[in-house]
Design a binder for this molecule. Structure first.
Ligand SMILES: Cc1cc2nc3c(=O)[nH]c(=O)nc-3n(C[C@H](O)[C@H](O)[C@H](O)COP(=O)(O)OP(=O)(O)OC[C@H]3O[C@@H](n4cnc5c(N)ncnc54)[C@H](O)[C@@H]3O)c2cc1C
Length: 389
């Protein structure tokens, strides 16, 4: 535990770091690469993702170090980061250099306010970060990533594609979890994707992709990925799941259906499940391409019901769907997912207290939907989604 003087300095360090996180990240990486230029080769061509994520992790660690409790969770987070970094080819000696670069940048940020006691506390924090990460990485015996070959690709629309792969070894993610993926067109640029089917003993896996505007990897997958490409699939994360004893509302925007579909497919093997209502939404009816898959699932699963939600009633000329949601037997609501779910909900007091809500989709859709549900009485602890961003 830090003494009062050290706490003041560490709090000042956090404030200064958060005032200009991009500068902190740039300086850290510049220091690291100058200590050993060959380390640059381990990182993706664009450091944009790391520049964004790195200061947030450091801030979280400093916050945890200042907190009186919760150090176990912090150690577990660092251990997970260490295991995750194996996929970059990070070696034990790199941790020593990263520690030196981090300590030097902390010292530069603090300047004259760096007291000897604070310097010692910072040295200890940096040693903990590098020690826990490298220790956890060294303990892990399995391969850091699994190669998987593309065996099928379906272009659903200009922006959407479904990609099926077979991995060299079975993948061990749980339904609803996401994995880290790297494609040959963007080496070392890892992105999170949610498998749309539960892990199979023979390594089959399916991803649903949306090319985001200005996106690099997602655009390449939708436009360039071809049968025969070999992807790398690493570490699984995430806690999305259905509690077997709790009625659940699922809200899926576009390709956000993938993790929820994997959960539903996994549940379909059970004799008994809680009631689940899925709201599946997109801008146009023709973008709800998974309705045809959900139809037989609904027919065989009395615990599952589905409502289609679209912002527009009709498809544009370039997006002709074979059948409308109503043709397929689904109720069809117009509006945003957030509005549809709130409008449709039972008004009985306590309704939202008795059910879980799982949301999956774009960061904007998750944030809007969560906010609307909270305003309308849903309880924060009942709403679950993957990290946004
Ligand atoms: C837990 C999790 C699971 C995910 N699962 C899937 C999935 O199953 N299918 C899928 O297609 N994507 C999924 N994503 C999003 C995916 O990881 C990438 O962020 C997305 O594909 C964009 O990557 P990019 O390289 O094309 O864009 P980048 O080159 O990284 O970014 C380019 C621009 O796009 C913006 N951007 C990044 N991500 C998004 C986004 N999701 N929506 C809107 N704008 C964005 C950035 O802010 C930036 O301005 C998931 C993300 C998370 C966090």
């Amino acid at each position: 535990m830090a003494d009062d003087e050290t706490r003041i300095v560490l709090t000042h360090l956090r404030t200064s770091l958060n005032a200009d996180p991009a500068r902190f990240a740039n300086n850290f990486f510049a220091r690291l690469f100058s200590l050993d230029p060959s380390i640059r080769d381990l990182f993706p061509p664009s450091l944009a993702h790391l520049r964004n994520a790195f200061p947030r992790v450091v801030d979280h660690v400093l916050d945890g170090a200042l907190a009186p409790t919760g150090h176990g969770a912090l150690v577990e987070l660092l251990a997970q980061l260490g295991r995750d970094h194996r996929k970059y080819g990070v070696l034990p000696q790199h941790y020593e250099l990263a520690g030196r670069a981090l300590e030097a940048e902390f010292a530069a940020v603090l300047g004259s306010s760096r007291t000897p006691a604070a310097a010692a506390a910072i040295g200890q924090i940096v040693a903990t970060i590098t020690g826990v990460m490298s220790g956890a990485a060294a303990k892990e015996t399995g391969p850091p990533a699994t190669p998987a070959r593309v065996v099928q690709k379906f272009q659903i629309s200009r922006e959407h594609a479904v990609v099926r792969l077979v991995a060299e070894r079975p993948l061990n993610y749980l339904p609803g979890q996401y994995v880290e993926v790297c494609i040959p067109q963007w080496s070392r640029s890892w992105r999170m994707l949610s498998p749309a089917i539960p892990a199979s003993p023979t390594g089959e896996v399916e991803f649903h992709l949306r090319a985001v505007p200005g996106g690099t990897v997602s655009r390449s997958i939708v436009l360039e990925t071809a049968v025969g490409d070999v992807w790398s699939i690493a570490q699984n994360h995430g806690m999305l799941r259905v509690d077997p004893n709790t009625p659940t509302t699922m809200i899926a925007g576009g390709t956000g259906l993938a993790p929820l579909r994997a959960i539903l497919t996994g549940l379909a093997a059970n004799v008994d499940n809680p009631p689940i209502h899925l709201y599946y939404g997109a801008r146009h009816p023709g973008e709800l391409y998974e309705l045809a898959t959900l139809q037989p699932m609904c027919a065989m699963s009395p615990w599952l019901s589905v409502t289609a939600v679209t912002e527009e009633r009709d498809d544009p000329w370039w997006l002709g769907s074979i059948a409308s949601p109503t043709d397929l037997g689904f109720p069809h609501m117009l509006g945003t997912l957030a509005d549809a779910v709130v409008h449709d909900a039972d008004r009985t007091p306590g309704y939202w207290d008795s059910r879980d809500v799982l949301i999956a989709g774009s960061p904007a859709m998750i944030e809007t939907t969560e906010r609307k549900l909270l305003i309308n009485g849903a309880s924060y602890r009942r709403i679950h989604h993957d990290p946004v961003g």
